[in-house]
Design a protein around this ligand. Structure first.
Ligand code: GUE
Length: 295
């Protein structure tokens, strides 16, 4: 069984991005800028946001984190987004989800200038992806990272049956639509399963490429996987574990031990899809910088 090493690929990618940033800095005197807004004090979100800022600095990008209190109103957040939309030093804007309940996530998503929407969540970007305009949109970072992994590991996709479990706007839907594209990198037959699907194993057992984005630890078990399948685990579930320093450990949506005896290749958690998500965010930010500056 081949382990698809997202950690390693993300490091390779960061080196490539670093070179790109440096080249443009020399040519233009400018660098790509990413601004992350975090509302409230969710500790998991804070760790993740700091991680993104650190990675930006490593590759020579400019990064700012705006921390807003948990009682921020929607109007205040939208005003901040307008400011960033108009700031020429900002090429990428990311508003960390989830947001406090007084704020409408969709209203926030559509307030971000699609040209700076490096998350790829704006309906214009998702719509362009659905219509196959991949070079004229931002692709949501997690699906984009999975595509990059499949490509770098030369995993054949054309005519294969890809089953996506999960239908979120930020992973399941863009992922299924990517795999559906008429392109050398995808061109799959695609099935989407979700919480109302009857007999999920009936579908997953037919998958040549199985993408699990459910949000339930160990949901995909060995008896649900076709021998030789490629299994991509998007889940990031925190499980309490007193034997670890942090008191928890991360597990995916796939029962790694069981499924690794059946699959031909799979992504681990941690070290699989997660690190690629951050790397693709930076790739999107570099693309945004290139487009905005006509490079
Ligand atoms: N606007 C917005 N955009 C996002 O892209 C977004 C978001 N909100 N909200 C939260 C989720 C979650 N997410 C992760 C990205 C990387 C790892 C990651 O790097 N995980 C490491 C482990 C990190 C650890 O040890 O905690 C790994 O899987 O190896 C995890 C989670 C992006 N999200």
């Amino acid at each position: 069984m081949l382990i698809i090493d997202g950690k390693k690929v993300s490091l390779d990618l960061k080196e490539e991005l670093k070179t790109g940033v440096e080249t443009y800095r020399k040519a233009t005197g400018k660098v790509p800028g990413l601004t992350v807004i975090i509302v409230g004090h969710d500790p998991a979100s804070q760790v993740y946001v700091r991680n993104k800022a650190k990675t930006c600095k490593e590759i020579g990008m400019f990064s700012t984190v705006i921390e807003m209190p948990s009682d921020t109103t929607q109007a205040e957040l939208l005003e901040k987004i307008q400011e960033l939309n108009n700031d020429p030093a900002v090429h990428g804007i990311l508003v960390q989800q989830p947001l406090p309940k007084q704020i409408d996530e969709f209203a926030v998503t559509i307030a971000i200038d699609p040209a700076k929407d490096v998350d790829g969540f704006h309906p214009e970007n998702l719509g362009r992806l659905v219509m196959g305009e991949l070079d004229k949109c931002f692709v949501s970072c997690t699906p984009y990272g999975i595509l990059e992994l499949l490509g770098r590991y030369n995993i054949e996709t054309k005519g294969k049956h890809c089953v996506v479990v999960g239908r979120s706007n930020i992973v399941g839907k863009p992922m299924a639509n990517l795999m559906l594209q008429k392109s050398d990198a995808t061109n799959c037959t695609v099935t989407i399963c979700h919480s109302a699907t009857k007999n999920i194993p009936h579908y997953t057992l037919q998958a040549d490429i199985l993408i699990a984005a459910i949000g339930k630890a160990g949901f995909i078990t060995a008896d649900m996987v076709k021998p030789g399948a490629v299994v991509i685990d998007v889940g990031i579930n925190r499980i309490e574990d007193p034997s670890t320093k942090s008191g928890y450990r991360l597990v995916g949506d796939v029962d790694f031990e069981g499924v690794s005896a059946i699959a031909s290749a799979m992504t681990p958690v941690p070290g699989g899809v997660g690190p690629m998500t951050i790397a693709m965010l930076l790739k999107n930010t570099l693309h945004s910088f290139q487009r905005i500056n006509g490079l």
